[in-house]
Design a binder for this molecule. Structure first.
Ligand code: GRF
Length: 220
């Protein structure tokens, strides 16, 4: 059983997916604390309704990003956090926090990294004309969305997609793979070797995907 510290800024649907996986017995962890930079984040209500300790630290609470992060690291340590989960935390974290939890911070990103790092990436994938996008869970290093990749899930992009329809298709995959990645960590099956994450006893996916499907394929 590991202690999670979850950092949020918004709706908290990824926090919810972790809580659901814990309740369903699919994730051997407990959420020790939820930290938000946004006092109005709905994620805080999700935590409070389960009596999970919350800490709200507005962006303006400290004069520098480093001091902000030093404070967060202190809170996480006070709650004996083993793994830090960025779940829609809309703030770039600094070396202060990264070095306090080396390869023990995970993030989820709504694209197939290294394609489309940064913000508004569902829109960018659509505008680029990508035929597939997806979600990536990765460890956090000092770059923006550059850390070692743990799990990726792929979704097709349809010509009629809007940012909303693509985002919700990706979000459904986020909710599936984030708890899986955390469970792998909890089982001590993740080893970071340079840029790569080696996963002990993992199952290889089979099959290929193409979009559009080849003529003659079922339903095509
Ligand atoms: C998700 O799309 C996540 O990938 C991104 O921000 C969104 C957070 O959603 N980093 P939620 O707050 O977990 O609902």
């Amino acid at each position: 059983m590991i202690n999670l510290g979850v950092l949020v800024s918004g709706k908290g649907t990824n926090l919810q997916s972790l809580l659901d996986a814990i309740e369903a017995g699919r994730l051997d962890a407990r959420v020790a604390v939820v930290v938000s930079n946004n006092p109005k984040a709905f994620a805080l209500d999700r935590a409070r309704s389960r009596k999970i300790p919350v800490e709200v630290i507005p962006n303006t609470a400290f004069p520098s990003r480093e001091e902000y992060d030093r404070n967060i690291a202190g809170i996480l340590r006070d709650h004996a956090v083993d793994l830090v989960i960025l779940a829609g935390f809309m703030k770039i974290i600094t070396a202060e926090l990264i070095n306090a939890f080396p390869m023990r911070i995970m993030n989820i990103h709504p694209a197939l990294l290294p394609a489309f790092p940064g913000l508004n990436v569902q829109k960018k994938a659509l505008e680029y004309g990508a035929r597939f996008s997806g979600a990536t869970v990765h460890f956090v290093d000092e770059g923006i969305d550059t850390g070692p990749i743990i799990i990726q899930a792929v979704v097709p992009v349809y010509e009629e997609d809007t940012v909303e329809t693509l985002s919700s298709r990706i979000l459904a995959e986020e909710h599936r793979i984030y708890p899986e990645a955390v469970q792998l960590f909890s089982e001590e099956r993740l080893k970071v070797a340079g840029r790569k994450v080696i996963i002990k006893d993992h199952r290889k996916p089979d099959g290929k995907m193409e979009n559009p499907e080849a003529r003659g394929a079922a339903g095509g």
